[in-house]
Design a protein around this ligand. Structure first.
Ligand code: SF4
Ligand code: SF4
Length: 154
């Protein structure tokens, strides 16, 4: 498994380092750095815990192939492993537009029309819930670019 910390999102809180010190470090920077790549099997659980607990969702798995023994996964193919569960949860994203804040400028629709629309209302409506992975980066960008900070992401 390989993990990545988005330096734009990381606030340097140190939670990841506290939970998985072999994988994440803030020793050399004000944002967390990945110091074990790929993450060794013994440290995957701790790394995924950090991923789950990161308050900024700054940690992502960029390659989920585990270095753990394949026997661990073959025990019950039908059952979702804790790793799959956490990864699946992490992928889910929901966007909410605060109608009281939205001024209908259309910036969000311009960035990602698959997710935001002003076709039917004077404010932006969210068309997709949850947001599919392929639109998540653009949705985050739309939230950042919204001049009224009307878009929140969960
Ligand atoms: S838990 Fe998240 S925000 Fe905190 S230091 Fe680690 S990556 Fe950065
Ligand atoms: S960018 Fe913000 S203010 Fe503009 S339409 Fe979208 S949600 Fe509304």
């Amino acid at each position: 498994m390989r993990v990545y910390v988005d330096p734009e999102l990381c606030i340097g809180c140190g939670i990841c380092e506290g939970e998985a010190p072999a994988v994440f470090s803030l020793a050399a920077s004000s944002v967390a750095e990945v110091v074990m790549d790929p993450v060794e099997a013994d440290h995957e659980e701790a790394a995924l815990l950090a991923l789950k607990d990161c308050p900024e969702n700054a940690i992502s798995v960029i390659e989920s192939e585990t270095t753990a023994s394949p026997a661990a996964d073959s025990a019950d193919d039908a059952e979702e492993s804790p790793t799959d569960y956490i990864l699946e949860r992490k992928k889910e994203m929901k966007a909410i537009v605060d109608q009281d804040l939205c001024i209908g400028c259309g910036i969000c629709e311009g960035i990602v029309p698959e997710v935001f629309s002003l076709q039917n209302e004077p404010y932006a409506e969210v068309l997709l819930d949850p947001i599919p992975e392929e639109f998540q980066d653009a949705t985050r960008e739309a939230a950042e670019e919204c001049p009224e900070s009307a878009i929140s992401i969960e």
